[in-house]
Design a protein around this ligand. Structure first.
Ligand code: GLC
Length: 653
């Protein structure tokens, strides 16, 4: 029960069935009965894995969930969510990989590689421009070719190139008024034509509205026909072929693409069997990802790491005594060890709100056995303030649940903002640990000493949070998305479609075009709360010797990073590029980065080759290399550029 789908095989030809499950964080929504769950391991959310800026972490996480899928009897895992975080209020941002196409495509491509290394087909999804949940079955995203190719399409192009997913899932929404799963532009022209995609296109669940139009547009497999008005690709397709409305060659192509992926990923050679899962090993992978994803946003007076001499530690809110929160919808993993806070049901199919049984408080207490801890649930701010006044350190856990099929505001719900302000007024050594799947507003940011973004940290999240707060590991996450300071910084202050009666069609024209996230902030000269690429470490890094040259038509960049602090640490220095003359969609673009791990005093030289597409402008039909000279910038974030060099010369694609 609870698996996503099943496509019968052809035993006489040895063609395996497709056993299909969700999703990007692990084997999801598995039930043995209505209220008994098949427990599996949850990775941190996709946005958290992006915050590691570490493709190796993404690949290892993909391999872990791929192995749990295979051992659970599934050979297709509907992972690879890579829609850009264009809209910070999008309920599914937690499933994706942030606002920048290079980062998102690289991280998700690595995750797909990991999943498929286990002989399990992965998707990339949701193709395309499915960047909010409000009206997801009805809105039409209308964006010009060039802007789409330099933003959302590029994220998919890179993820497909790097991950080679067996399938691409077309999305619910319309693009230029046509449903994605019957859009000749999206499926035939861009995906199969310009991207030369060799695999098969499967529909999202309930995203098909025709037989002939969809088949001729390039749809290869209707998923879970029961979700659609009718099994369009069943008898109606047979009839359409018999009546020559759909050529036999299209049907042959559908079959060839599906079989090609079955063979390419290894499903044919690895018949599915139920196997034992090493959950301890899985949890270690999830925890390692969480540890590298946690972003230290503020650390006034070095309130962190928590001193082991701390006399009294107060922990408030976020069910931190029980577990860590995770996102809702088809990607929800029911966790090994059971749901930590039962009964948090919500209206709508996407519940319950799942807390994974990995308690940050228990993890801290286990590491500080001599230190007295106290927990308050945070419902009574005054009581929390009274206790806070007696503590050395106060940790307030702030959670913002988000889910598929619903968007949200930028504010923490309930009394959390008030609670944080009240506690911080009682004790300046207050640290806020945020568990969210996307950027949030932080009206109390100036009043607290420390801020940590822990995202939805997965099955090892409690231990990961404890290890970072105690400094057992460096804080090395960097923001994969801009945290805006206020709504007036948004390209659209009102969420498109909000306030409309259900079912009312609407069009989304994104005014920012390809200038998504930090590109918008640079273009409009806006100062966010926290910028893309930002994050503090417990040590300090110095950058030097930036150099750039054109070698054999490729832009090669090198620089040196040194750990000048007194403890081991990790950093993600970033390279941005800009045209010296003329302009692109925004002043600069992320063109590369490296996640480095350095002992105190150690240094390393990083060499990067910049993908020529990041030095080009897409004109709707192709990438056109810009003429140099270019400015190459080395930064600790998109808003903290340390060094610039100019480079010119001839580029080749
Ligand atoms: C959902 C989602 C998709 C998921 C599918 C199967 O509604 O949009 O991401 O993989 O249906 O559950």
């Amino acid at each position: 029960m609870g698996s996503a789908g099943y496509v019968p095989g052809i035993p006489r030809l040895g063609i395996p069935a497709q056993w299909v499950t969700d999703a990007g964080m692990g084997v999801a929504t598995q039930r043995d009965s209505v209220d008994t769950y098949r427990e599996r391991t949850a990775l941190p959310a996709g946005i958290a894995v992006a915050a590691t800026f570490n493709p190796d972490i993404a690949r290892a996480g993909g391999a872990m969930i791929g192995s749990e899928s295979y051992a659970s009897g599934f050979n297709v895992l509907l992972g690879g969510g890579v829609d850009l975080l264009r809209e910070p209020r999008n309920g599914r941002n937690f499933e994706y990989a942030g606002e920048d196409p290079l980062l998102a495509g690289t991280i998700v491509g690595a995750s797909v590689q990991g999943i498929q290394s286990q002989g399990v087909i992965s998707t990339v999804k949701h193709w395309a421009l499915n960047d909010q949940e409000t009206g997801r079955h009805i809105y039409s995203t209308d964006m010009d070719d060039a802007a789409a190719h330099m933003s959302d399409f590029l994220a998919f192009e890179l993820a497909i190139e790097k991950g080679k997913p067996g399938s691409v899932m077309c999305s619910y929404n319309r693009v230029r008024s046509l449903y994605a799963c019957e859009s000749d532009y999206l499926l035939n022209k861009v995906l199969k034509g310009q991207f030369k995609y060799p695999g098969y296109v499967m529909s999202d669940w309930g995203a098909v509205y025709s037989t002939e139009r969809a088949a001729l547009a390039g749809l290869d497999q209707q998923s879970a026909g029961v979700f659609d008005d009718q099994p369009w690709f069943g008898k109606p397709l047979k009839l359409a072929i018999q009546n020559h409305k759909v050529p036999q060659s299209r049907l042959d192509d559908m079959a060839r693409r599906i079989l090609r992926s079955i063979f390419a990923v290894g499903l044919y050679d690895r018949p599915i069997t139920d196997a034992k899962i090493d959950f301890d090993a899985s949890k270690k992978v999830a925890q390692a990802a969480a540890e590298e994803s946690i972003v230290l946003l503020k650390n006034k007076n070095n309130v962190l790491p928590i001193a082991r001499t701390a006399k009294r530690i107060l922990i408030v809110g976020g069910h931190a005594d029980r577990g860590v929160i995770s996102g809702g919808g088809s990607s929800t993993v029911f966790p090994v060890g059971g749901i930590a806070v039962p009964g948090l049901d919500v209206k709508g199919w996407y519940g319950p709100i799942v807390y994974l049984p990995s308690s940050p408080m228990a993890a801290l207490m286990g590491r500080l056995p001599q230190t007295p801890f106290k927990y308050l649930d945070g419902n009574d701010a005054a009581a929390a303030a009274k206790e806070a006044a007696k503590a050395d350190v106060v940790l307030v856990f702030a959670t913002q649940w988000s889910t598929e099929d619903a968007d949200h505001t930028m504010n923490l719900d309930g009394n959390q903002d008030e609670l944080i302000r009240t506690v911080a007024a009682a004790n300046p050594n207050t640290v806020v640990v945020v568990e969210s799947g996307n950027p949030i507003f932080m009206p109390w940011a100036d009043q607290v000493a420390g801020i940590v973004e822990a995202w939805f940290p997965g099955s090892g999240g409690g231990d990961a949070i404890a290890r970072v707060l105690l400094g057992e590991v460096d804080a090395s996450g960097r923001l994969p998305a801009t945290f805006p300071a206020s709504l007036d910084q948004f390209p659209q202050q009102q969420l498109p479609g909000s306030g409309l009666k259900d079912g009312t069609p609407f069009v989304i024209n994104y005014p920012e075009g390809a200038a998504v996230g930090y590109k918008w902030f640079d273009k409009k000269n806006l100062k966010p709360l926290f910028p893309f690429g930002y994050g503090l470490s417990y040590t300090q890094f110095a950058y030097s010797d930036l150099g750039a040259a054109m070698n054999d038509g490729k832009l090669t960049v090198h620089f040196t990073v040194k750990n000048v602090g007194n403890r081991d640490g990790k950093d993600a220095p970033q390279i941005y590029v800009s045209p010296k003359n003329g302009s692109w969609e925004a002043p600069k673009r992320l063109a590369g980065w490296s996640k480095v791990s350095l002992a105190s005093g150690a240094s390393t030289t990083v060499t990067l080759i910049v993908d020529p597409r990041l030095l080009s402008v897409h004109d709707g039909s192709q990438w056109k290399l810009s003429n140099g000279p270019f400015v190459v910038s080395l930064g600790a974030s998109s808003a903290d550029i340390k060094q610039n060099v100019e480079v010119s010369g001839t580029l080749s694609r």
